[in-house]
Design a binder for this molecule. Structure first.
Ligand code: NAD
Length: 320
């Protein structure tokens, strides 16, 4: 039996957490392919490279030539995280998002069709469902997709490609759609690390619009366990939602972090809202809980404190 797993985007926030999870909790050998964009953690990859079970390939998943370098063996699974993932950047310059999120996913599907892996887990997002009104039930796997920004549109496009390769070619594909993650190794441009970084340096913390946008926060370690479970027991052709069950307004998150860090609310700075800003995301993970037995392990407050502690240490260490 092959004991190799290919992780795309394994130098990014969730991918890197997942690689650590695999190396710690499973016997698999792990190969990462990542083009090492600004969002990646090359130093962490360097640290991992001394481990015999870890292999790294610097490569772009939207380049057939680069991907070929990873296809010198057959994999038990491809876990596909690689993406351009920052909504604000997708509004300014969507081109890279189309290239990586759509073309890159196509190339992986092509290699799956050629038999290089036994299955692929495609990591998508709740943002493909669009936005919810306050009185609407959380997204289920049956909610129609309705993306509102270029990032979510490219992710939705890749989801449809994945669906088509399952329906047309019967390939062993599973899609997961998770809510907003938080935890170690998230890039400084994202919401929670930005708050921590700016609060640490007593800088104003920009809050879009009225700050009442609601997100459903998922601790990255719980997310990694969910993906591992789906990889072991998930059914091909299915979609699994992975939600934190922690609906919080952005303003509430800012205040909670300021409280943890002992900082004043005066640092909050309301700025013009993001274009096409989705008002509320909430995700129903009942299917994953009932069919595969997943449940969250990390209480939100504890996980947030741990996240703040990790980022404060990192920002102090690297004096960013
Ligand atoms: P990230 O931006 O932190 O990391 C992405 C990684 O992909 C980086 O290491 C980057 O170098 C790599 N990459 C980008 N383009 C590449 C290319 N063309 N070829 C090879 N590697 C490339 O992203 P993340 O937050 O870890 O997200 C991982 C996945 O989870 C993405 O697919 C994202 O859409 C999805 N997701 C993330 C969240 C979240 O809250 N972070 C929520 C829902 C879904």
């Amino acid at each position: 039996m092959s004991r190799e797993i290919l992780v795309t985007g394994g130098a990014g926030f969730i991918g890197l957490n997942f690689v650590h999870y695999l190396l710690k909790n499973t016997p698999y050998n792990v190969t990462v392919i990542d083009s090492l964009t600004y969002a990646s953690h090359p130093k962490e990859i360097l640290k991992l490279m001394s481990m015999p079970r870890f292999c790294f390939i610097k490569g772009d998943i939207s380049s057939d030539k680069d991907l070929k370098a990873a296809m010198d063996r057959s994999y038990e699974a491809i876990i596909h995280f690689a993406a351009e993932s920052h909504v604000d950047k997708s509004i300014k310059n969507p081109k890279d998002f189309v290239q990586t999120n759509i073309v890159g996913t196509y190339h992986l599907l092509d290699y799956l069709a050629k038999g290089y892996a036994k299955r692929m887990i495609h990591i998508s997002t709740d943002e493909v469902y669009g936005t919810l009104k306050m009185n609407q039930d959380p997204f289920t796997e049956k909610t129609p997709i309705s993306p509102n920004n270029p990032y979510s549109a490219t992710k939705a496009s890749s989801d449809l490609l994945v669906r088509s390769y399952f329906e047309t070619f019967g390939l062993p594909l599973i899609t997961t759609r998770c809510s907003n993650n938080f935890g170690p190794f998230q890039h400084k441009e994202k919401f929670i690390p930005t708050i921590i970084y700016r609060a640490l340096h007593n800088k104003k913390i920009p809050v879009y619009g009225d700050g009442m946008q609601i997100r459903d926060w998922l601790f990255v370690e719980d997310h990694c366990r969910a993906i591992s479970l789906i990889f072991e027991k998930g059914i091909p052709g299915q979609i699994y939602n992975i939600g934190g069950g922690n609906e919080k307004t952005n303003l509430c998150i800012v205040k909670q972090i300021l409280d943890i860090m002992g900082k004043d609310y005066d640092l909050i700075d309301y700025v013009e809202d993001r274009k096409g800003h989705d008002r509320r995301y909430a995700i129903d993970s009942t299917k994953l809980q009932k069919e595969l037995g997943w449940k969250q392990n990390s209480p939100f407050n504890e996980a947030l404190e741990k996240t703040v502690e990790w980022h404060v240490k990192k920002f102090k260490d690297s004096s960013l």
